[in-house]
Design a binder for this molecule. Structure first.
Ligand code: GLA
Length: 402
């Protein structure tokens, strides 16, 4: 009897410390749309369904945006008499499964939001103490993606709390991509990578280029976030992504700033989760988020996050090794002046010391392709002048010549 007890305890300990996750769900950075950056808690069935329609009709599903995630504000302020989460019946009169079925029928995947604490950040019921019950409900609703937040979680241990929900998802019997949203406070990139598929690295994004002062809610501008990512690159890769937060393309920055934002997210192999109103996009926003040549950089199968090769005269050189011996170089102009840079790759020592790649333009003959102008601009072996517009990028792919 004693032996059985010891064996059972060991099994339980093992289960407790090794959350399971279906790694293949995020072999590449996840792509989709989330309601928060445009609608905050002001969501409802009609809005989500019309966004789903636009995602499909605009061609965004075809270029890879496959998740639709309903963020905070979907639930009732009270659980039901059995303690189950339930939708706000005014916002979602037909319930959550109805939405999930609607978008699954269109070939999309369904994401929902909850929180590790007693309440969500918006004050709705959190999953604390209900993790297994909620995961079962999410499975019943056909959830494919869970974003899990970190409000009202005082005195809780972050890694354990996220592990509990990861285990609960596993026990529900349905695979769900697990998106950890504790803003990098507890260094989730250091946790064992069986817990989640992606983790937020900073507090929330705001649609500004660079804010000197953090805004009153603690949100960070685009450049502030970019500057926090580089030291985290060693921790990212297939199945485990640094998440610099959802995209703000189309939400208030200029067209060139939006282009730079999207390019940097691709260089950082970040999840590409759109946050704009897809029903009312400017053509330029649509063009930016649909640029297949840039999306391919984000989705490259090596899954390596770019590093900063140089930072000089307000120009950052971000460099990303790609599969098939290719490379991508993104010149980011942080200033409000147009810059011309002399690029001579014969004279550059470009080395990724973390993932052990070295650019060798003699070993391969490379064609240089401008990914925003969609044209080849020369060979990597010739020196050239590259112009970068203010608050913009020039993004060049080095393609091995056949
Ligand atoms: C936190 C998250 C946001 C969003 C809100 C919802 O601030 O970081 O992305 O989910 O909560 O209340």
């Amino acid at each position: 009897m004693k032996r059985i007890f010891i064996a059972l305890s060991l099994v339980l300990m093992f289960c407790k410390s090794f959350a399971q996750k279906a790694q293949y769900l995020a072999n590449k950075p996840p792509m989709g749309w989330n309601s928060w950056n445009t609608f905050y808690a002001g969501i409802n069935e009609q809005t989500i369904m019309s966004i789903v329609d636009s995602l499909v009709s605009s061609g965004l599903l075809n270029v890879g945006y496959s998740y639709v995630v309903i963020d905070d504000g979907w639930s009732s302020h009270q659980r039901d008499s059995l303690g189950n989460l339930k939708a706000d019946s005014v916002k979602f009169p037909h319930g959550i499964k109805y939405i999930s079925d609607y978008l699954h029928d269109k070939g999309l995947k369904f994401g929902i939001y909850s929180c590790a604490g007693d309440l969500t950040c918006g004050g709705y019921p959190g999953s604390r103490g209900h993790e297994y019950q909620d995961a079962l409900m999410f499975a019943k609703w056909g959830v494919d993606y869970l974003k899990y937040d970190w409000c009202y979680a005082e005195k809780m241990n972050a890694q354990e709390s996220y592990r509990t929900m990861s285990n609960a998802i596993h026990s529900s019997g349905r695979n769900m991509l697990f998106s950890i949203c504790e803003w990098g406070n507890n260094q989730p990139w250091l946790w064992d990578s069986t817990v989640g598929h992606m983790w937020r690295t900073t507090s929330d994004i705001i649609a500004t280029w660079y804010d000197n002062k953090i805004d009153s809610s603690g949100r960070l501008g685009f450049l502030k976030i970019v500057d926090k990512e580089e030291n985290l690159r060693a921790y990212a890769g297939p199945g485990r992504w640094n998440d610099p937060d959802m995209l703000e393309v189309g939400n208030g920055m200029s067209e060139s700033e939006d282009r730079a934002h999207f390019s940097l997210w691709a260089m950082l192999a970040a999840p590409l989760i759109l946050g704009n109103d897809l029903r009312a996009m400017k053509p330029s926003s649509k063009e930016i988020i649909s640029n297949k040549e840039v999306i391919v950089i984000d989705q490259d199968s090596l899954g390596i996050q770019a590093f900063k090769h140089r930072s000089k005269d307000s120009i950052d050189w971000w460099v990303k090794p790609l599969s098939d011996d290719g490379w991508c170089i993104c010149f980011l102009n942080r200033s409000l002046q147009k810059r011309m840079i002399s690029v001579d790759l014969n004279k550059e020592q470009i080395v990724d010391s973390v993932f052990h790649f070295k650019m060798d333009i003699k070993k391969h003959s490379y064609i240089m392709r401008d990914l925003w102008k969609h044209k080849n601009i020369g060979l990597a072996s010739s020196a050239m002048q590259v112009s970068v517009l203010p608050h913009d990028v020039t993004m060049i792919k080095l393609i091995v010549k056949e």
